[in-house]
Design a protein around this ligand. Structure first.
Ligand code: HPA
Length: 235
């Protein structure tokens, strides 16, 4: 497909080989303005802000994914397939369902279960298991350990529902799933299909076990500094 794509109006070479991908466009702007040297806005279609700058001398990009698997499916596909991006590190938030995880802890998604149908497109004779890039996973674990923050590595659920009528969250706990978000499985599918690297790191923004700890939208936008620094370190 020729670039610009339907959703990204950047030129060839505008993106670094690693793109950090928060869900929220405002968080993309915050990361670019707070952490990157000389950030340049390279995409703003639909307000999905993408910036490229440098961090400790290394070129890195940050662009939002929007919410949900269809949205991250579009942006990660276009970056991987048409902009030569090699690594996408989602830096998101999740609701924790593991009793050992509290608000502001970090979850590194080694794999992503899903109740969505993104992988149906491959018409596989079975169920695909979307997993993180081992290379990025190893680096993220080392950087998170060094940061001193409480974290767990394991399975998450990429749900198509934020408001889930079946209230099925706790059933995933029985399978050792740590938290729920809405994007990683599609990112991992695209990375697998296109021979690229995907990883999702989440800060726990709300807890199914400790609802009194839940953060506000403003805190979600601004208080995830540690996770951003971890992602920038491994970029
Ligand atoms: N469910 C789905 N996605 C989320 C949640 C949640 O509880 N918290 C943050 N992202």
């Amino acid at each position: 497909m020729p670039i610009p794509t339907p959703h990204i109006n950047a030129k060839a070479g505008d993106f670094a080989e690693t793109v950090l991908m928060p869900g929220d466009p405002l968080r993309s702007k915050f990361i670019a303005e707070t952490f990157l040297e000389n950030p340049v806005l390279v995409n703003n279609v639909r307000g999905v802000q993408g910036y490229t700058g440098t961090y400790k001398g290394k070129r890195v990009s940050v662009m939002a994914s929007g919410m949900g698997q269809p949205a991250i499916g579009i942006y990660s596909y276009e970056l991987f397939a048409f902009y030569d991006v090699k690594n996408i590190i989602r830096i998101g938030s999740c609701g924790s369902i593991d009793p050992e995880l509290h608000v502001r802890d970090i979850v590194i998604a080694q794999a992503a279960c899903t109740n969505g149908s993104y992988a149906n497109q491959y018409e596989l004779p079975g169920t695909f298991a979307p997993i993180a890039s081992f290379e990025l996973l190893e680096k993220a674990v080392a950087a998170t350990r060094a940061s001193g923050v409480n974290f767990k590595v394991g399975n998450i659920l990429s749900s198509d529902m934020f408001y889930d009528d079946a209230a099925s969250a706790m059933r995933w706990t029985k399978m050792g799933v740590l938290g729920i978000e809405m994007e990683s499985a599609a990112l991992y599918c695209n990375a697998a299909r296109l021979g690229k690297n995907g990883l999702c790191i989440c800060t726990v923004s709300d807890s199914f076990n400790y609802p009194e700890e839940n953060t506000t939208a403003e805190e979600r936008q601004n208080s995830f500094t540690k996770m951003m620094e971890i992602a920038l370190e491994i970029a």
